[in-house]
Ligand binder design. Structure first.
Ligand code: SF4
Length: 217
């Protein structure tokens, strides 16, 4: 089994960083806006990145703050979210999060886990995206790609997201940790896919334990 940092370096060289997700690109822009990161993350849940980017382009043209987003009427907001599944639910959630940030935090996105998780509609993954992407905290958003790949590589033997996060935070330094989310996302989408991964073209094939992989290509 390769060391976690070495494996991440190999994977990082393999993937084209310009293909990072919309949220990752927002972070790389140099001056991440906590409002946009939080709203972007809520919009991105369960939709493809290409769709998310289109929606966010239009949404952020209309709203650059929580107040402005609340000024968009419900029908308009649902129209902007037209490509998203459950757009009514998503639209209501966006507005309730905006209201709560304004009422409880004076319009400033909290920079700590406890306050973020106390906002209705913000779960652990969104919380970590905000902490990592907007405030550069030493955390990593963990999703199903991250858990699957970490298990297959033999780094850990658990489905618990918090245990995977702990391992990665302890094992990766600043820049590696910052870049890891995009790498897991690209690797999980292109090569280490959920069913029958493409091990024959994987850059870490030689050092991967392939735990739990019954069939590969
Ligand atoms: S060798 Fe196969 S199981 Fe291991 S990381 Fe690569 S694609 Fe995934």
């Amino acid at each position: 089994m390769g060391k976690i940092s070495e494996v991440m370096d190999i994977l990082g060289k393999h993937f084209d960083v310009s293909r990072r997700t919309t949220l990752n690109r927002m972070r790389e822009s140099g001056n991440p806006d906590a409002f946009k990161i939080l709203i972007g993350c809520l919009v991105s849940i369960n939709i493809k990145d290409e769709v998310c980017e289109k929606i966010l382009d239009e949404l952020f043209e209309r709203a650059g703050s929580f107040e402005e987003l609340l000024e968009i009427n419900d029908d308009d907001l649902e129209r902007i979210l037209y490509l998203a599944r459950y757009r009514r639910v998503k639209s209501e959630r966006l507005k309730s999060v905006c209201r709560e940030v304004l009422e409880r935090f004076d319009g400033c996105v909290p920079s700590n886990r406890e306050d973020l998780l106390s906002i209705k509609g913000i779960g652990p993954k969104t919380c970590n995206v905000v902490l990592s992407f907007a405030f550069d905290k030493k955390v990593i958003p963990v999703d199903s790609n991250t858990v699957r790949i970490s298990n297959r590589l033999g780094w850990i033997d658990t489905e618990k997201h918090e245990d995977v996060e702990k391992l990665l935070v302890e094992s990766l330094d600043g820049d590696r940790l910052r870049g890891a989310n995009a790498i897991f996302m690209l690797h999980g989408k292109d090569i280490c896919v959920p069913v029958s991964p493409f091990c024959s073209k994987c850059p870490v094939n030689e050092i991967c334990l392939k735990k739990g992989v019954e069939k590969s290509r």
